[in-house]
Ligand binder design. Structure first.
Ligand code: MG
Length: 301
């Protein structure tokens, strides 16, 4: 199909039974893929060994996106708690749920930078319907992308000019932050694109449109080791070069919520798409975070 996929690649459906699949992350120690089934308020886990899926936890306060921190622990977003939290063995520790004394909207997706800071989006999807959370008032009057410095307990808005920021990911050198705006979902005249921002001293500047999605919307996405952006859309995986040029369309029969690289060598692309979890073998992988800025780990937790 493409040099970006393994020569014998084919799309596998691993599981069906979710209402809206989101938030995938590969857990190396468990050789498992964990993801959210947001409307059913539960977390699923696919174990590659044995090819089996289990319900990992239920009544989870509508978790959404998740990632691993520098220690390999799961950091995830909760619509119900309106928080970013750390999870271990079903135990949840809220890391941050307020900015300037006001509650966050409903954190959606999260990444951890090489220096350990936690970056997340905060659109309203978990407080505007009962399907993905609970109806509640927005408190701070915007939908920002935040950077959370856990060591200092500091929460800083880094992107404030988007309507509904949703997925996010860094370029391999962390000099660019990509953020999707999915406001098209609520207002069809609004955005369904991925924006790029230059990251300078922890601030996001020079925001510009990186890629448009014309079928569905770009909910979650990942960046591979060569800096290519692998995005969700309504009709498959869309891959873009670092300059925004479209490179590949991998058709998937369901609307995709999010995706991530995983598997023992990191070259399997796991795709959380509405009712199902899919997998396809690629010829690339996520850029190992520890390789991005090795010196940045000095002094971080
Ligand atoms: Mg999302």
């Amino acid at each position: 199909m493409s040099s970006l996929l393994a020569p014998d690649a084919s799309l596998e459906r691993l599981y069906t039974g979710t209402a809206w699949a989101e938030g995938p992350v590969w857990l190396p120690a468990d050789r498992a893929l964990r993801w959210s089934d947001i409307p059913n308020n539960r977390i699923m886990q696919y174990h590659a060994d044995g090819d089996r899926t289990v319900v990992y936890r239920e009544e989870v306060e509508f978790t959404n996106g998740r990632t691993l921190d520098l220690d390999g622990a799961v950091v995830q977003c909760s619509h119900g708690r309106r928080a970013v939290e750390r999870e271990a063995g079903g135990q949840v520790t809220v890391l941050v749920d307020r900015w300037q004394g006001k509650r966050l909207n409903s954190p959606n997706d999260v990444v951890v930078a090489a220096d350990g800071t936690i970056w997340f989006t905060d659109p309203p999807y978990g407080i505007i319907s009962t399907r993905e959370g609970r109806i509640a008032d927005p408190e701070y009057g915007g939908c920002y992308v935040f950077r959370f410095d856990e060591q200092r307990g500091e929460l800083t808005p880094v992107v404030t000019d988007m309507v509904h920021p949703n997925g996010l990911a860094f370029s391999p050198d962390e000099r660019v932050l990509y953020v999707s705006d999915t406001s098209w979902v609520r207002d069809k005249s609004d955005h369904r694109h991925i924006r790029a921002y230059d990251v300078v001293d922890g601030a996001c500047v020079n925001g510009r449109v990186f890629a448009e999605i014309d079928e569905g919307w770009p909910d979650g996405f990942r960046v591979d080791e060569a800096g290519r952006v692998w995005s969700s859309s309504g009709d498959g995986v869309r891959v873009f070069a670092p300059d925004g040029e479209p490179l590949l369309h991998v058709p998937v029969p369901e609307k995709i919520g999010n995706l991530c690289f995983g598997g023992p060598d990191g070259r399997d692309l796991y795709i959380a798409a509405t009712s199902s979890l899919y997998r396809i073998r690629t010829a690339t992988r996520n850029a190992p975070r520890g390789d991005r800025r090795p010196s940045a780990r000095q002094g971080s937790r």
